[in-house]
Design a protein around this ligand. Sequence first.
Ligand code: ADP
Ligand code: MG
Ligand code: MG
Length: 209
Amino acid sequence: MSLFPKLFPAMIDAVDAIIKQNSESVTELDQAIGDGDHVTNLQRGIKALKAKEGEISALDWADALQNIGMVSMSAIGGASGSLYGTLFIAMSKAAKGQELSVSTFAEAFAQGVEAVKRRGKADAGEKTMLDVYMPVADCLKQAEANSTALPEILKQVCATANQGMESTRDMVATKGRASFLGERTRGHIDAGAKTAQLMICAIVSVLPK
Ligand code: ADP
Ligand code: MG
Ligand code: MG
């Protein structure tokens, strides 16, 4: 399962394409309850990562994640820049010296999500990207515990990301810019949750089934 850094160029292309396809609708979401820059923030990061895709794909998964984290941190900007930087750097720490497998990936992802929670002082139900990342982390752990086969895991991960994204619609934002609008945020999907779902499902789609 040394798929990940080798497939990084395909992953980043898939992420780039899905964000482009959905840029208008996601920008509308961030305009409704944020400041409208979420897509441009992410696209700055995607562009910087594409520029380094050859270098990153030649690394082992821990070093690749470290690089992705550093680039994300410096290129994305906004609240999501430091959160994505934190996610990948914490994942890298957990990956160090480990062979890539469903089990080590699930553990690294869970550690990454924990670090995002600490960094943003946020938890489930606050109408953020965590409402996608936390259930996906749980889904991976569960699948690992049940020895679920990889194709089924990938299906479950994307379905869980969709549910998590949809769940933010009826939540009231209590973190980030959207929290200033309180009750008025109800009825809108969180932009960061939407892009998290889009990116997760895009990455899943390029993994061999
Ligand atoms: P900014 O809000 O600084 O303009 P972005 O628009 O790029 O940054 O990202 C906004 C997204 O970041 C939100 O939609 C939400 O999903 C996520 N977010 C904001 N604050 C937090 C937080 N404290 N914890 C987790 N996610 C957060
Ligand atoms: Mg914004
Ligand atoms: Mg902003």
